[in-house]
Design a protein around this ligand. Structure first.
Ligand SMILES: [Zn+2]
Ligand SMILES: [Zn+2]
Length: 393
């Protein structure tokens, strides 16, 4: 790492406050100092805002590549695309698929992670093992043939690789509790998603270590979905379980297409910035022209369309997002009462805390990794810095 020292001057977006005219110096990949006095011995770069790099815990691809394509090149292409949108730390996310497809994705992430440089884009902190353990009635846009119940020999092998940091399973599946226990023992953020589970099933999952729910209101149970399945008395769902339990966190796709402004505001008011993460859930159509694309592996993924605003399957529904974290931050700022620091926290420090990396990154604090963004007045990313290195794009 080169030892150059750089000073960034602008409104510094700290964890709970801002410094309107602050000077942040980074050196050797770390944040060295934060003050409101200009340094005398260091070149100064001006920006409207200086903020922490974003952390995306749920993301499938970008710029034509899906992580499930399973090659180092595909993963690098997607990570470079997300760096342009402000993501400095990324958790490539699996879809449903075969054991071989999952294995290729995980091995390629390991390879890229071990030899990472800033030209590879967002830094891989871990893999989000998301598919294939989804409920049959909540598979959503994922390839349906690639869905199955948790298979111990499969997940034990993958967890033993040491790169899986987030692990999802639908709580009602046979073998879910054993999966949650294994993922908890492997120090993962354990999450329930693509699930039609009841409060009671969630309570059992919670006891086994589950603490997070994927993309709130999307592919999850609701009082009406459980009434359709079990009749009356009506059952409490994943939604009530998350809202009622202070140890549970969740995430929203704030692209303006998945959830209305009122639902984003409701999520923020009910959960606050410490329990709510912004995620992109972006697929390979990010930064690509409108058209037809595969969700998941390039040979076996299911087809969806992008109109440039969102992914969808005609006649069925939405198929994840096609925009980056900068867009999510702008939407959340525009559509909710959350302050700018609270919005930025939901895209940086909160996902860092939930995945256990907040000592290392996630906010502007002396000693943390210099994962930094320069932002203009409209919160567009003008420069991304990862570990003190400027990312070219
Ligand atoms: Zn999903
Ligand atoms: Zn997803």
């Amino acid at each position: 790492m080169d030892s150059h020292r750089q000073c960034l001057h602008g409104e510094l977006l700290l964890e709970d406050s801002t410094v309107p005219s602050g000077y942040l110096i980074h050196e050797n990949g770390r944040i060295l100092s934060i003050s409101n006095q200009p340094p005398t011995d260091c070149p100064i770069t001006e920006s409207r805002y200086v903020g922490p790099g974003y952390i995306d815990i749920h993301v499938h691809g970008g710029d034509g590549a899906d992580y499930m394509d399973g090659t180092v090149d595909a993963i690098r292409i997607a990570n470079r695309a997300h760096a342009r949108h402000g993501t400095t730390t990324i958790f490539p996310t699996t879809t449903t698929g075969t054991t071989l497809e999952l294995s290729a994705m995980i091995e390629s992430c390991l390879q890229l992670q071990s030899a990472w440089t800033a030209s590879d884009g967002a830094r891989i902190e871990g893999v989000h093992y998301y598919g294939p353990y989804f409920a049959e009635d909540k598979v959503g846009c994922h390839p349906v043939d690639g869905r199955r119940n948790p298979a111990r020999e499969e997940y034990e092998l993958f967890l033993s690789k040491g790169i899986i940091r987030i692990a999802t399973c639908a709580a009602e599946l046979e073998g879910a509790i054993e999966f949650y226990e294994a993922a908890t023992a492997a120090d993962c953020l354990v999450t329930c998603g693509h699930s039609n589970s009841t409060w009671q099933q969630m309570a059992k999952a919670f006891a086994a270590g589950m603490r997070h729910v994927d993309h709130f209101w999307c592919a999850m149970s609701s009082v009406p979905s459980l009434r359709a399945k079990y009749g009356t008395p009506m059952q409490a769902s994943m939604e009530q379980f998350v809202l009622a339990n202070a140890e549970m966190s969740t995430e929203v796709i704030a692209d303006g297409c998945h959830l209305s402004a009122e639902l984003l505001e409701f999520a923020y008011r009910m959960l606050g910035a410490r329990r709510l993460c912004l995620v992109t859930d972006a697929n390979r159509a990010l930064d690509m022209p409108p058209g037809t694309y595969r969700f998941g592996p390039n040979e076996t993924g299911s087809w969806f369309e992008s109109d440039g605003r969102v992914g969808f399957v005609p006649g069925q529904g939405l198929a994840s997002s096609v925009v980056g974290m900068d867009h999510m931050v702008r939407t959340m700022r525009r559509d909710t009462s959350a302050s700018l620091t609270a919005v930025v926290r939901m895209a940086s420090l909160t996902p860092a805390e939930r995945t256990g990396i907040s000592e290392e990154t996630g906010s502007l604090a002396v000693g943390k990794r210099a994962d930094l963004l320069l932002l203009d007045e409209q919160l567009n990313v003008t420069q991304t810095i990862i570990g003190g290195e400027h990312v070219d794009w």
